[in-house]
Design a protein around this ligand. Structure first.
Ligand SMILES: C[S@@+](CC[C@H](N)C(=O)[O-])C[C@H]1O[C@@H](n2cnc3c(N)ncnc32)[C@H](O)[C@@H]1O
Length: 201
């Protein structure tokens, strides 16, 4: 994984800036009830979270990188903290919506995050995550398919969801403005929505 403390000061401008963030926020928002209260995992610099706030949602967030959080705290003062997405400082069964944008593909194993999301979500709560990021990047660059199966693979997340009481209920996508490789086009990134079952499995 990249060192996001080193990346923090250039992150926004090298990841499509406001255009990418606004497209991502609009996609997430389209799958959420209006005025949702959201826990954003891997909030990064907070650029997407700020977009969600502009759309009427209320966001709190966690990230592992203090460098990234230094930017996020300016956008969401008092509402971000350093924490691991696999050990959230949050009570069980209380969160309305959890988002994770461009997190799961970075991990060696997405399952501990799914377990933690299922724990903190209230019954009927939503988990929104990007999926198949590297496949989307390769398709946009017309590059050959890679292996092995990524942690944010749609089929893998669906299976993990079934295992942990999170049912795949919807999907959307957003254009990764500014993310085209030389000779390629801007990738289109899938976003999946899982709903926590009302009873524990
Ligand atoms: C590609 S950035 C995405 C940031 C933001 N979601 C966005 O779309 O702009 C990945 C972020 O995940 C964070 N991260 C990686 N592993 C994490 C973990 N286990 N718990 C919390 N944050 C993590 C990194 O510090 C980094 O800020």
């Amino acid at each position: 994984m990249l060192d996001y403390d080193d990346e923090a000061d250039v992150y926004d401008r090298t990841r499509g800036g406001q255009a990418r963030a606004d497209a991502a926020a609009a996609a997430l928002s389209g799958l959420l009830p209006s005025r949702s209260v959201i826990l954003d995992l891997a909030i990064g610099t907070g650029i997407v979270a700020a977009g969600l706030e502009t759309l009427g949602h209320r966001v709190v967030g966690v990230d592992l990188s203090t460098g990234m959080l230094r930017h996020a705290v300016r956008r969401l003062p008092g509402r971000v903290t350093r924490a691991d997405a696999t050990a959230l400082p949050v009570s069980s069964d209380c969160v309305e919506a959890v988002t994770a944008l461009w997190l799961l593909h970075l991990l060696d194993n997405a399952e501990p995050v799914m377990v933690e999301v299922a724990r903190v979500l209230r019954p009927g709560g939503l988990f929104l995550t990007t999926a198949d990021k590297r496949s989307a990047d390769r398709l946009a660059a017309a590059a050959p398919a890679g292996s092995p199966v990524a942690q944010d693979n749609c089929a893998r997340l669906t299976v993990l969801g079934v295992r942990h009481n999170l049912q795949l209920t919807a999907a959307t996508s957003f254009v990764g403005h500014g993310q085209a490789r030389p000779g390629g086009v801007d990738p289109v990134y899938p976003v999946l929505a899982f709903r926590r079952a009302v009873g524990r499995g």
